[in-house]
Design a protein around this ligand. Structure first.
Ligand code: NAD
Length: 409
């Protein structure tokens, strides 16, 4: 298993080798500002006391308060949280929102806990972190296995611990009655779609010729597939954890959704051919959208990918070795820090609404998201063309230039 923090540093180093940055700035970027590790005692339903380990890594706050989700996973560890915090600093800066990078987590398999135990765990994390989080300090959000329900518990517990009148803005991704933003639920897929449209224009591919394959049919992948379908694109491949399906004539995404609801998987969809998840990544298409898991492309399978471009909606699907292969083959990879930044962008809009006591319509949120994502892609693409580098290198450079400027200021 690759160390995700080492991978993140490799990406940083590759970008730093292409442009002159202040060496002190680079040194600062290689280390998080602060790492907090806590013990969270939780009284279980059976009366037993269990201690869970929780984390918050605050990478950089030059552009604004630290921002990043909280992950509940049995394998969550400090290296993973560290990497995710660094990527959040880059991600927020790429899309130009006034936030820095942070990430949190708890080492726990949430499926083994009751709702009551999860609530006590989340409130325990919040209480222990109440001095380090806050609307002007550090603003968490949902990540793997945490949802608006957990975010509402965080806002409530933080308010109890601090009496902060701005307590709603301490966390984003809340339910709408608790101060969540309209459009937040689909923001990652929506943002990915706006980047896809811009990419297609930059690659000069006509709409009719632009076939798409999506790996992962969850929150982000499903919304993207739905938008491709709604807008008349041919989705030729789709998959979930059980496997994939392929139809070169195009899949009816809504019918696949119904089929998955009834059968628990996209596989065995009438008229389509079943493929494995490994085969799915090597299908003939113009744009391939990994929207499931990290570490999907290695040097080996990267050499067999037939797509003309890759849009990383998942976090970290491409290993540094695969990146090299895609670079040598001239396949542009729009990196996660740009392609999936729609979620954090609307999180920022939620934070702004909470601070100003405003409620924006879904249309206002959608329009702001569209212009933010388009401007980010334009800035990154211009940098890529100017330096003749990869899209990932360009995204890191654009982000690092902004953070460096903010640190100097
Ligand atoms: P999700 O749990 O809703 O969906 C994941 C999907 O991937 C499911 O359909 C699952 O069946 C499928 N899957 C799991 N293992 C697979 C495999 N081996 N091959 C193919 N499919 C597989 O998760 P999500 O929220 O949609 O997140 C997906 C990715 O996008 C993650 O990397 C996540 O970090 C990233 N992301 C999500 C958001 C968001 O707002 N949801 C924001 C930023 C980044």
């Amino acid at each position: 298993m690759q160390n995700p923090f080492e991978n993140a540093l490799k990406q940083l180093d590759r970008a730093a080798a292409l442009q002159t940055f202040n060496p002190d700035f680079l040194l600062r970027m290689r280390q998080p500002n602060r790492e907090i590790q806590i013990s969270i005692p939780v009284k279980m339903d059976n009366g037993e006391l269990r201690i869970f380990t929780g984390y918050r890594v605050q990478h950089n706050n030059a552009c604004g308060p630290y921002k990043g989700g909280i992950r509940y996973h049995a394998e969550t560890n400090i290296d993973e949280v560290r990497a995710l915090a660094l990527w959040m600093a880059i991600k927020c800066s790429v899309v130009g929102i006034p936030m820095g990078g942070g990430k949190g987590g708890v080492t726990v398999d949430p499926k083994t806990l009751s709702v009551g135990e999860l609530e006590r765990l989340t409130r325990g994390w919040t209480k222990a972190m109440s001095d380090v989080i806050g609307s002007e300090k550090d603003v968490p959000a949902p990540d793997v296995n945490t949802t608006p329900r957990e975010m509402d518990w965080i806002a409530d517990e933080y308010q109890k611990a601090t009496q902060d009148p701005k307590y709603k803005a301490v966390v984003t991704g809340k339910t709408i009655p608790a101060g969540g933003s309209l459009g937040r639920g689909t923001a990652t897929g929506d943002g990915g779609y706006f980047v896809f449209e811009g990419l297609r224009e930059k690659l000069n591919v006509s709409k009719d010729a632009c076939t798409v394959v999506v790996q992962g049919f969850g929150n982000a992948g499903h919304q993207m597939a739905e938008l491709f379908f709604q807008n008349g694109y041919k989705v030729v491949g789709l998959s979930d954890s059980k496997g994939g399906i392929y139809n070169p004539e195009g899949l009816d995404v809504r019918a696949v959704d119904e089929h998955k609801k009834n059968n628990g998987s996209v596989q065995n969809f009438p008229g389509a051919q079943n493929v494995t998840n490994a085969e799915l990544l090597e299908l003939e298409c113009v744009v391939l959208v990994p929207a499931a898991l990290e570490n999907q492309f290695f040097a080996d399978n990267a050499s067999r990918v037939k797509a003309k471009a890759i849009l990383e909606v998942a976090n970290g699907p491409t290993t540094p070795e695969a990146d090299e292969v895609f670079k040598s083959r001239g396949i542009p990879v729009v990196p996660d820090v740009l392609a999936n930044a729609g979620g954090v962008t609307v999180s920022c809009f939620e934070w702004e609404q909470n601070l100003k006591d405003e409620v924006w319509t879904e249309e206002q949120v959608g329009e702001k998201l569209r212009s933010t994502m388009q401007a980010a892609l334009d800035a990154v693409w211009n940098k890529k063309m100017a330096l003749n580098c990869t899209v990932r290198e360009a995204a890191f450079i654009v982000a690092m230039e902004r953070i460096e400027k903010a640190m100097i200021a």
